[in-house]
Structures are given as structure tokens and as C-alpha cells.
Design a protein around this ligand. Sequence first.
Ligand SMILES: NC(=O)c1ccc[n+]([C@@H]2O[C@H](COP(=O)([O-])OP(=O)(O)OC[C@H]3O[C@@H](n4cnc5c(N)ncnc54)[C@H](OP(=O)(O)O)[C@@H]3O)[C@@H](O)[C@H]2O)c1
Length: 330
Amino acid sequence: MKTVKWGIIGAGRISSTFATALNSLDNTELVAIASRDMEKAKEFADRFHIKKAYSSYDEIVKDPEIDVIYIGTLHTEHKANTELCIMNGKSVLCEKPFTINHKETEYLMNLAKKNKVFLMEAMWTKFLPATKVVKKWLQENIIGEVKYFNLSFGYQAEFDINSRIFNPDLAGGALLDVGVYLISYVIYMMDKLPDHVASSAFLGRSNVDETNVIAFSYNEGVMADLSSSITANTGNDAVIIGEKGKIVVPSFWRAESAEVYDQKGKLIDKFLLPFTSNGYVYEAEEVNCCIREGKLESDVIPLQDTLNVMKIMDEMRATWGLTYPQERNK
Ligand SMILES: NC(=O)c1ccc[n+]([C@@H]2O[C@H](COP(=O)([O-])OP(=O)(O)OC[C@H]3O[C@@H](n4cnc5c(N)ncnc54)[C@H](OP(=O)(O)O)[C@@H]3O)[C@@H](O)[C@H]2O)c1
């Protein structure tokens, strides 16, 4: 089997987690890291036993040994970093949110297609075994007709205008940081886009959405009640209610387990598979498979799905009056 050779752009927090995942996979080699700071790149390379450290993103994309690059930089850098990779013929796995708005996503989709380069959003939740089991349960009608989803993803962060979650210049706010998980999850489970979307948000001290609430409705009578926050510990479980029972997914975005209950609250099925390394191995394996098979997109998260989610987020932000500085005067 071909060993897939990876590079990473950005030596930050999530890149560290992803490096751990890559290092735990067979037939996978993490060959290079690029940071804007050579010291940081070297420290990262030492920590994860990576043979090459680059002090610029321009250098790593020229490395002929690399098949695919993981982008673990800030939201606002994703478009430029992905573009750089594509223009140098590198396949890309780019962190969520894929870009800051749908126009950027559409641009990258078209660029990847034109240049025949593999491109995928790192929406890792979709690849988790627990997520797959929940989808299978729904397809098997285990809880009967689905009526209602209730998902939240909220945590309480201390206000810091310089942090990527509060700073509008870095496309801060709950929606792009964590709300994106809720939207992707429900659309994935329903296998279609909502017919109506309503939402409201509190734009806080730095004029980004500190908390938002979102209602999806489907014409057949399914409702989804979603909320995300960077200032309130709302929890991060998913509950799916059907006419015969419910599915509960603790910490759905990084789920290792899921449970099914009947209408009387009796546990009728359960899934549990603790991660051996971490939950990011599943998306990495998907990319490895796609690269080996010469695919340009993943069937699990085609680029159109990413674009659909970005469009919904743009439409909600428009109703909240939330634009990022990069989007003004364009
Ligand atoms: N999938 C998940 O579970 C998950 C979890 C957390 C975050 N994320 C996503 O991953 C991305 C990074 O988040 P993080 O928490 O890892 O952030 P972080 O620790 O702050 O790292 C971000 C990296 O971005 C790079 N960067 C490029 N241009 C920059 C600029 N102008 N200012 C500051 N940094 C810049 C830096 O890399 P160098 O300095 O090394 O060049 C930095 O290390 C975000 O888009 C976030 O949504 C995903």
C-alpha cells in the first residue's frame, strides 16, 4: 500500500493534535512542518519526530516529497493557504470553518477542480465511528420517524480581544468556531438541507456572535434546535427524538459513544469505541484512501456540502448584521 506523505502548515494547537493522529497511522508519514517562525517549526518537528522543518508556507508547498498538506492555521488564513497549496499541485485537508464565507469556499472549489487537486474540509466529526453508527441507526429507523434534533456546542471563554474566537479581524464568534459543527451534523443526518432557517445572535463586546440560536425546519415536520456559544457552557451533546425513542450522543462533535432509548427511557442499543490515538485519525484515513484512489473529493464530505453549510452561515450572519472586516467594501 502506498505510504501517503503529509505536510502541515501552521504549528499551533490543532496541528499538534493532528500530528499525533498522523504519527499513529500505518502507511502514513508526516514528513514536514511549516511555521512562519523557524524556532516554532523546529520545536514542532522535534516534538513529533518530523524530518523537515520550514520557516515559510511557500517552501513546504514546493517539497516534491509531499502528497497532501493539512492546514491548521486561523480561519482567516485558510483561503490563502489552500490556494497556495492548490497552485503548487498539493492535495489539501483544511480545518473548519473551511473559509470565512461561501465566496471564498466557492473560489477554492473551482480552483481545485480546475487544477485537479484533492480538497476536503477537516470536519472530523463526520468520520467518527460513533457518527457513522448514529447515521446507520437513523437509516434503519431505530427511533422511527425523526421529529426533532437538539444540539448545542458552547463553552465559556474569558474575553480576550486578541484571541481568534473574540477578534473580528480573525473572524471570531461562536458560529464559525463551533456552530459549524451543529449545522454540518444535522444536514449530514438528514441527508438534505433544511427548508427554512431562522436564527438570532448576541453580538458581544467585540461585535462577534458570543451566543447564537438556530432553528432548522424541514417541510416533513422535522425541527432542529441548535445553539452555540463562546461565553456559555451549554454543553455539547446531541439528542435526536423520533416517534419510537431517542438517540443520545454525548459530546457529539468528538463522540466515542452513542445510545438509543425507547419511549419509556429504556436503553435499547449502545455504541462505544474509545479512540486509540485520537479522533482525528478517521478523517486522516479518509484522505489517505482518497489520495491512494486518485479521488479529488471525499464522498463523505464533498465540497458542495461544505459550500452549502458556508452559505447557510453567511445568510444567518447577514440577518445578524455580522460581517468581518475582510468582507467589507468588496
Ligand atoms: N477540528 C477541530 O477539532 C479543531 C479544534 C481547534 C481548532 N480548529 C480550527 O483550527 C484552526 C486553528 O485553530 P488553533 O486553535 O489551532 O489556533 P492556534 O493554536 O492559534 O494556531 C493557529 C496557527 O495559525 C498560524 N497563523 C497563520 N497566520 C497567522 C496570523 N496572522 N496570526 C496568528 N497565527 C497565524 C500560526 O502558525 P505558525 O505561527 O506556526 O505559522 C498558528 O500556529 C482554526 O480555524 C480552528 O477553527 C479545529
